[in-house]
Design a protein around this ligand. Structure first.
Ligand SMILES: Nc1ncnc2c1ncn2[C@@H]1O[C@H](COP(=O)(O)OP(=O)(O)OP(=O)(O)O)[C@@H](O)[C@H]1O
Length: 528
């Protein structure tokens, strides 16, 4: 055998590969020499295979751990690190522990590094998934290929291979695309919003309608990542969320977008940890006041109710309701509710009191600072001014020959932050034009709710969302942006009017549970 480097019987060698009749002077034909080389290379590769598998497995394991770590809520990282360290220590102290640990690790690495080119069942793309990726690739070719591309192997071409263009992908258990990272050619206009939007639309259509997607553009690497998003949880009732004083849960968002989660009890009594959009108010806040805009029926009044119910835990609330639907009347006469005003006259007198109260608090805080004492308790107690539909109130006030109540918001909006006075306003898009310049300038926490276009989101939040709209927009769904931070998807907790008989009873009861006791001195109106 040693004198016969060609391992196959001649009968199995294709005719074109049979040894040449004109043998090389060395005694081996070129074809034989090539075959010998191939055999040697195969032998070397075979010998290196365990090392290749282990290296690939280690790489996959590290990548999987890194992904889990990145998606883990920050408050869980400490306990996880501690538990891992404790397990490693216990393993070290156990007889044969390190040896067993090393064997288990090698086994895991080898399992992770196994060849996955076969079927979907072992983690790689199956036939159907490969076909799906190829179809998606072909759909991208007309958009991303360059006619007369001078390069020998362009990234996108009609006979091209998706493996060069798609650097990462994942499928859901039911075979739908869950994630895709693709490279785009340098000539693609990633700086032009219209080009981006066209590509996003195409990808969205090809990845399957009926879901929401997030697009992340990495201009530096020339890559675009698409991720299919889980729907946000609807119908979480408003409740005592686990937050610090000065923090308000505006709603829930994506896990990757929030630095922490809060435990919540869902409608059926099930407990879950959800990532909240937390709004911080008070002297250190950079977004001390809030403005929410939306379509009719999108849930802006519910958002104000949810804020009021959370605010009443640590502070006092004044509601100015221009909607005229008595949707805050359930708060009237409750402890810490300063008032619920529904008429222009009532709104004006209440807001005049707020102006005086802001000035009183500022003077008291100033005096305390000068004498080196702490500010008195009544200066530190949070006061919330919640104004629903200010545009309607302004219109009614003007028709009665009175001033627009919004003018009186100037003082609390400008100076309220230092003395814990917070203003939150909600209106419909149609009323946005009637909002005063002061309101626009001082409400840096922004929310937009309802079935809105990216342009409407940009007009309210200053930036368009990186996510596509949901197939159906439930009430309370929208986007939030705090200051110059990112735009988050948002689902506001359910906080119906408890006297609304059409609202589900469990949600109405959840609201009633949060209501303070009836006030001993109703309305504290003596302070006005
Ligand atoms: N976050 C939410 N979760 C569940 N249901 C909601 C939510 N927000 C609003 N809804 C429901 O949607 C309906 C309209 O809500 P809401 O009154 O808050 O809307 P709006 O934007 O103030 O509109 P309008 O000014 O026309 O009343 C109500 O039945 C309410 O219970």
């Amino acid at each position: 055998m040693a004198s016969r480097p060609f391992p196959f019987p001649h009968a199995l060698v294709p005719p074109h590969a049979s040894p040449s009749r004109h043998a090389a002077p060395s005694g081996l034909s070129p074809a034989r020499r090539r075959a010998a080389l191939r055999t040697t290379a195969n032998g070397v590769l075979g010998a290196l295979r365990p090392a290749t598998v282990l290296a690939r497995g280690a790489g996959r394991l590290v990548a999987a751990l890194r992904r889990r770590w990145e998606h883990m809520p920050p408050e869980r990282r400490g306990p996880v690190l501690f538990t891992t360290a404790a397990c490693l220590l216990a393993l070290w102290l156990t007889p044969y522990g390190p040896l067993l640990g090393a064997v288990a690790l090698a086994g895991t690495v080898a399992w992770q590094g196994r060849d996955r080119s076969g079927s979907a069942s072992d983690g790689g793309p199956g036939e159907a998934e490969r076909a799906r990726l190829q179809t998606l690739y072909e759909a991208l070719v007309p958009r991303l290929a360059l006619a007369d591309d001078p390069r020998p192997r362009p990234l996108y071409s009609h006979d091209g291979d998706w493996r060069r263009a798609f650097t990462d992908f994942a499928f859901t258990e039911d075979g739908r695309l869950a994630r895709l990272r693709l490279r785009y050619p340098p000539h693609f206009g990633d700086g032009e919003p219209e080009c981006r939007a066209r590509l996003e639309r195409l990808l969205r259509a090809r990845a399957g309608r009926g879901r929401e997607y997030r697009f992340v553009w990495d201009e530096e690497a020339g890559e675009l990542e698409l991720t299919a998003l889980e729907p946000l949880p609807c119908g979480v009732p408003v409740q005592h969320f686990v937050t610090a004083p000065g923090e308000t849960v505006l709603g829930f968002t994506d896990l990757h977008a929030a630095p922490r989660t809060v435990p919540v009890v869902e409608e059926g009594g099930e407990r879950r940890d959800l990532p909240p959009v937390v709004w911080r108010t008070g002297p250190r806040s950079t977004e001390p006041h809030l403005l929410a805009l939306g379509r009719a029926g999108s849930g802006t009044t519910t958002l104000l109710r949810s804020i009021a119910l959370q605010a009443l835990r640590h502070g006092e609330v004044l509601v100015v309701d221009g909607g005229g639907g008595a949707e805050f009347s359930f708060l009237a006469g409750r402890d810490r509710v300063v008032g619920v005003e529904t008429t222009p006259g009532g709104a004006l007198s209440s807001l005049e009191w707020v102006v005086r109260e802001t000035e009183r608090r500022l003077l008291a805080a100033n005096r305390a600072r000068q004498t080196g004492r702490d500010a008195p308790e009544d200066v530190c107690r949070p006061l919330w001014v919640l104004v629903d539909r200010p545009s309607v109130l302004g219109h009614l006030a003007r028709s009665e020959g009175q001033r627009d109540p919004q003018d009186l918001l100037q003082v609390p909006l400008r100076y309220g932050r230092a003395v814990r006075i917070t203003v939150a306003l909600a209106d419909q898009f149609e009323g946005a034009a009637a909002l005063t310049e002061t309101v626009r300038a001082h409400t840096r926490a922004r929310i937009v709710l309802g079935d809105v276009t990216p342009e409407q989101v940009r007009a309210v939040l200053g930036e368009a969302p990186t996510t596509t709209p949901p197939p159906e927009v439930p009430p309370g769904r929208g986007y939030a942006r705090l200051g110059s931070g990112p735009v988050h998807r948002l689902q506001v907790p359910a906080a119906p009017d408890p006297y609304d008989e059409e609202a589900p009873e469990s949600r109405r009861l959840a609201v009633l549970e949060l209501l303070p006791e009836p006030a001993a001195v109703p309305g504290r109106r003596a302070g006005f």
